[in-house]
Structure formats: structure tokens, C-alpha cells
Design a protein around this ligand. Sequence first.
Ligand code: CMX
Ligand code: CO
Length: 152
Amino acid sequence: MLTRIDHIGIACFDLDKTVEFYRSTYGFEVFHSEVNEEQGVREAMLKINETSDGGASYLQLLEPTREDSPVGKWLAKNGEGVHHIAFGTGDVDADAAEIRGRGVRVLYEEPRTGSMGSRITFLHPKDCGGVLTELVTAAPTAEHGQEHGQEH
Ligand code: CMX
Ligand code: CO
């Protein structure tokens, strides 16, 4: 069952500049940052609020590590902006299978690794009214509110 907005993914050319915009404009601080080579992103997670399912909602700021990555391609075509939305679930495998059964293309056979050790998959934007949609199951520790250290 999908129980929260886990994050909104925002594509940018310059992660440090974008982090500074969200800090100076809204007061949001970086909760966690990492490079995910498989996804081709350098990213910063800004925690906005905790949620009633024991998880949290974040902004995920994304800078491509290579031009031929999903975010790199998208930025070249569209410029900076909202790239995807992500729903949180306790069981990404079950939800992905159920949604696939409803005729929506799920991009991965098996969920892959996302932010903070989460397991993620994506639904094709052409089957979701133009919205690239991610499903996320947080790593077990993250669901219980333990703080993650920053990794640079
Ligand atoms: N939102 C909405 N539509 C999108 C889109 C997005 N983010 N990305 C691509 N599209 C659309 C394109 O506009 C294009 O539409 P038209 O044919 O009408 O022009 C169509 O989808 C195909 O786009 P493309 O540029 O040819 O790109 P690909 O088909 O190679 O890839 C997709 C599209 C969705 C399969 C790819 O972006 C993908 O695998 N995404 C999932 C992984 C990802 O986004 N990782 C980065 C985030 C990591 C994280 O969240 O942790
Ligand atoms: Co994401």
C-alpha cells in the first residue's frame, strides 16, 4: 500500500547552487547526500516532514553525473524543474506487481537501490499521464526515524 509522498525529484545543473537556494529561501537543510552511479546522479535529500506511516517526505535534488543518464537527458530537453514524484510503501515488490497487473509499465524487473539504502522502481511516464513515478521502500532503519549521517 502506498502511504506517503516519499519525495519529489527535482533536476538541476548545479547541486550545490540548488541546495543553497532551498537553504536560503526556505531554511531546508541537507539531511543526506550521496552519489548513485547506477542512476547517474549526485543527490541531496532535504527532509520536509515525518509522516504517519513512520517514514518521511523529502525533496530529492538531482544533478546528473553523465549526460546520457535519465536526468542528464531530461535536463538537456527540458531544463531544470520537477523530474519525478515518489510514493512510499512498506512493500515495493508487492505494489509494483499489483500496478504492473493494472497495465502500467514498471521499468525494473527487480527493485534497485535508491537513496539511503532504499529499494526503488519506476513507472513509465507515458502510462502515468506524463508523470515519471517512483515507488520506494525505505531501508528498515530509515522507517524508524534514525538519523543518517551525510556522505560526501
Ligand atoms: N517525466 C515525464 N516524461 C518523461 C520523463 C520524465 N522525467 N523522462 C522522459 N520522459 C518522456 C520524454 O519526454 C519522451 O516523451 P516524447 O516521446 O513524447 O518526447 C519519452 O518519455 C521518452 O523519453 P526519452 O528522453 O527518449 O528517454 P528514455 O525513453 O530513454 O527514458 C525513462 C525515459 C523514463 C525510461 C528514463 O528516464 C528512466 O529510466 N527513468 C527512471 C530512472 C530515473 O529517472 N533515475 C533518476 C532518478 C533516481 C532517483 O530518483 O533516485
Ligand atoms: Co527519486
